[in-house]
Design a protein around this ligand. Structure first.
Ligand code: ATP
Length: 354
């Protein structure tokens, strides 16, 4: 997609998006509600007529404003949307073979059974959709979309109606099948964890634009602005001035990230960046902290901590530590920072991060 823009009346939903995918690559469009993900997917599918920009597959332009518009059924794309309905009067097998009319019946059946097998649904081939659970229906919808071996799969929140446990399994199966058949996939989600699990690359969107595109690790470990940091989870926000290349924060000095001296900096500290060490008694000579509250969340414990800054100010922070770590309220602690989970930006970008 090149310089794609799209407006609904006066409202610009997609503002200037360029996006390139490699064959077989899984790319997730990730972003908050209303940022334009579905619109972009519908443009790729041909369900929206292109207003500005260009869309091409394998170097062939399939949409140009006011010109060529290859209709959805001729784009060789597979579509599965959140509420993709199956045909209720057809069996599971018939649903999956539906798009294969040009092939001989035996081949159609074989192809459909193969996919149902891979998605754990072969045992339901003769069943009708109404007896299937939501998750099973989504698997069949996915098999139906994959059956014609499209070059590109377009999936819009395909797992959103599933409960958490089932969702993990179906995501796993789906990714396995997508990789096995080598289908390039553009998947819409608003769930950062889902995007990180499914994607080779994530395009994080806000307000009609791609803010950053890269591997999950690039976005998580080298976010380009505060919005990218905060989108992947809660963070502690600290402020300070850069002096001698360093920002002094209540939890200690932090490298200024190349910002000029005198810049007001926003320091974003992921809760997992804080290491918490219990002290026998509060140190008298320098800053110290104490626990306000500790909660066990399962695999991690979440601690609310009050830090006493050198200037006498108190700052409240969240720390997330692995396993069961539940110090009592008022327990004196020392805080250490893992610098790889601390991000420094000019403070005037701060408002953009929310
Ligand atoms: P969600 O995650 O909530 O589905 P999204 O990121 O997929 O959101 P879109 O559905 O692409 O966002 O919508 C982008 C913007 O365009 C939103 O502000 C939405 O209200 C608006 N919009 C979407 N479809 C239409 C339409 N058919 N007519 C008018 N406005 C629309």
């Amino acid at each position: 997609m090149q310089n794609v823009r799209h407006a609904y009346g006066p409202h610009a939903a997609v503002k200037d998006v360029s996006l390139e995918m490699q064959p077989g690559e899984v790319v997730c469009l990730l972003g908050p509600s209303g940022c334009g993900k579905t619109t972009l997917l519908r443009i790729a599918a041909g369900l929206e007529v292109l207003q500005q920009g260009a869309v091409a597959i394998n170097g062939r332009k399939i949409a140009v404003p006011g010109g060529r518009h290859v209709p959805p059924e001729k784009r060789n794309v597979g579509l599965a949307f959140q509420d993709s309905a199956l045909f209720p009067h057809l069996t599971v097998l018939e649903n999956v073979t539906f798009g294969l009319e040009t092939q001989p019946p035996r081949q159609r059946r074989q192809r459909a059974m193969e996919l149902l097998e891979q998605l754990g649904m072969a045992g339901y081939a003769k069943a009708y959709p109404h007896i299937l659970s939501g998750g099973q229906q989504q698997r069949v919808a996915l098999a139906r979309a994959l059956a014609p071996a499209p070059q590109l799969m377009l999936l819009d929140e395909p797992f959103s109606s599933l409960d958490a446990r089932l969702r993990d399994r179906i995501r796993d199966d789906t990714l396995h099948v997508l990789k096995k058949v080598g289908a390039g996939t553009l998947l819409v989600t608003h769930d950062p964890e889902e995007a990180m699990f499914m994607a080779d690359r994530i395009a994080l969107m806000r307000d009609g634009r791609i803010i950053q595109m890269g591997t999950p690790q690039e976005l998580y470990c080298a976010p380009c602005d505060p919005f990218v940091v905060t989108f992947f989870g809660d963070v502690n926000e600290l402020y300070g001035e850069v002096r001698g290349g360093v920002v002094q924060t209540p939890v200690g000095p932090v490298q200024g990230g190349g910002l000029a001296d005198g810049t007001q900096a926003q320091v974003l500290v992921r809760p997992e960046a804080l290491r918490v060490i219990e002290l026998d008694e509060p140190p008298t000579s320098h800053r110290y902290s104490h626990v306000i509250m500790a909660k066990l969340l399962g695999r991690t414990s979440l601690l609310h901590i009050c830090v006493h800054g050198e200037d006498g100010r108190e700052v409240h922070l969240h720390a997330r530590v692995p396993g069961v770590f539940l110090p009592a309220a008022n327990q004196p602690v020392e805080i250490r920072l893992d610098p790889s989970q601390v991000f420094v930006f000019p403070a005037d970008l701060a408002s953009a991060g929310t």
